[in-house]
Design a protein around this ligand. Structure first.
Ligand SMILES: Nc1ncnc2c1ncn2[C@@H]1O[C@H](COP(=O)(O)OP(=O)(O)OP(=O)(O)O)[C@@H](O)[C@H]1O
Ligand SMILES: [Mg+2]
Length: 345
């Protein structure tokens, strides 16, 4: 590669359990697809990534493996993450990742030192000198338009695919954080178990997710269609008794009950986070409200549910699934000393 092509672009990455989003300075968000990769096991080459790879889940033969390299908010397969990022970067930058001057990767707050080091190393392996990591919760707040660099406290709750993260921010830093593995994937699993137990039907993860998105609610009226009828979901799967393909109707009231059970953990962690917040900042939270973001922020009735629990105003992010990547846009412009990866290394 010629020198004048090297080190020109700044790139921000939201490496989520469910979705990978990539922002390129000057081009905007150029990638927003599932964090999934399909590889040919024999040749160890990448077959596809993102949406294309996600469509292969459960449908491939022995020679192809479809992997979600992040699960429960942890890096379960760093080699697959390397492949996923390299392949995606190659598609996006046509030439090489070496065109990237600065790479910022957003990660969960509760990530281990080893995972953090692996991510930093991965950036260096890509041939990028200036690799930074920062916390998702911080990027999400910035991406929603909150000025976190004031001495006023803000509380952010990010309900993603793998984890629900809770973070209190002040003066641009995460003062306090909590993370639980009760989030989108867990909700899907609870729906799968319910359908299995009650309807004796085995459904795939994609069906469970569709049921959740269509029927999920926590309080208020159950979701209705245009005619005002309460919505239900016709789920296809395999009958556990006969082994034959069949369908059942899943009702919104049952999904609400499942979600209310799941939200017990979210509720108690939120309360614990509030209780652990220093009093001066806790006062600010009452004024600033609680910001809820991530895909789970779109569950119907979540605002009312969390307001009832905390007595504090709840603000639902207007862009819950792109808040983190939008935050990288601003974070990429900042001085290196602001960064989590640098500050604590
Ligand atoms: N309308 C909706 N209602 C409920 N859940 C939804 C909705 N839309 C998306 N989701 C769920 O949101 C989750 C994905 O959210 P998001 O993209 O914020 O996660 P992520 O950033 O990849 O994960 P994490 O932050 O845990 O690593 C998935 O579980 C998805 O099913
Ligand atoms: Mg996320």
């Amino acid at each position: 590669m010629s020198e004048n092509k090297k080190g020109k672009i700044n790139v921000g990455v939201d490496l989520g359990t469910s979705n990978l989003l990539i922002y390129v300075e000057g081009r905007g968000t150029v990638f927003n697809q599932p964090s999934v990769i399909a590889v040919d096991k024999q040749s160890n080459t990448v077959v596809s990534v993102g949406t294309e790879a996600a469509e292969l889940v459960g449908k491939v033969h022995d020679k192809i493996e479809v992997v979600k390299p992040l699960s429960g908010g942890v890096i379960s397969d760093i080699d697959m993450i390397r492949k996923l990022l390299l392949f995606t970067f190659d598609q996006l930058f046509v030439q090489s990742a070496q065109q990237i001057k600065r790479l910022l990767i957003c990660i969960p707050s509760e990530i281990t030192e080893t995972e953090r080091a692996a991510i930093l190393q991965l950036g260096l392996e890509l041939g990028i000198d200036d690799v930074r990591i920062d916390e998702e919760i911080k990027a999400a707040a910035i991406g929603t338009g909150i000025d976190i660099y004031t001495p006023s406290g803000n509380l952010v709750v990010d309900i993603g695919g793998g984890t629900t993260d809770f973070g209190v921010l002040s003066l641009g830093d995460v003062v306090l954080s909590r993370s639980i593995k009760v989030a989108g994937d867990y909700f899907d699993k609870q729906i799968t178990d319910y359908v299995k137990e009650v309807h004796k039907l085995e459904i795939g993860p994609q069906t469970a997710e569709k049921i959740k998105i269509k029927l999920a609610s926590l309080t208020g009226d159950l979701p209705t269609d245009e005619e005002g009828n309460v919505v239900e979901f016709r789920a296809m799967g395999r009958d556990l008794v006969s082994g034959l393909p069949t369908q059942v109707i899943v009702e919104a009231k049952d999904v609400r009950e499942i979600l209310l059970n799941c939200f017990e953990a979210i509720k108690s962690t939120l309360i614990a986070t509030l209780e652990a917040t220093p009093p001066e900042l806790a006062g600010d939270l009452v004024e600033n409200g609680i910001l809820v973001t991530g895909g789970g922020a779109q569950i119907r009735g979540i605002k009312e549910y969390l307001e009832e629990v905390t007595n504090v105003e709840v603000i639902i992010s207007s862009n819950p699934m792109t808040a983190v990547v939008n935050g990288t846009k601003k974070l990429l412009k900042m001085n290196k000393s602001h960064f989590f990866g640098e500050l604590r290394s």
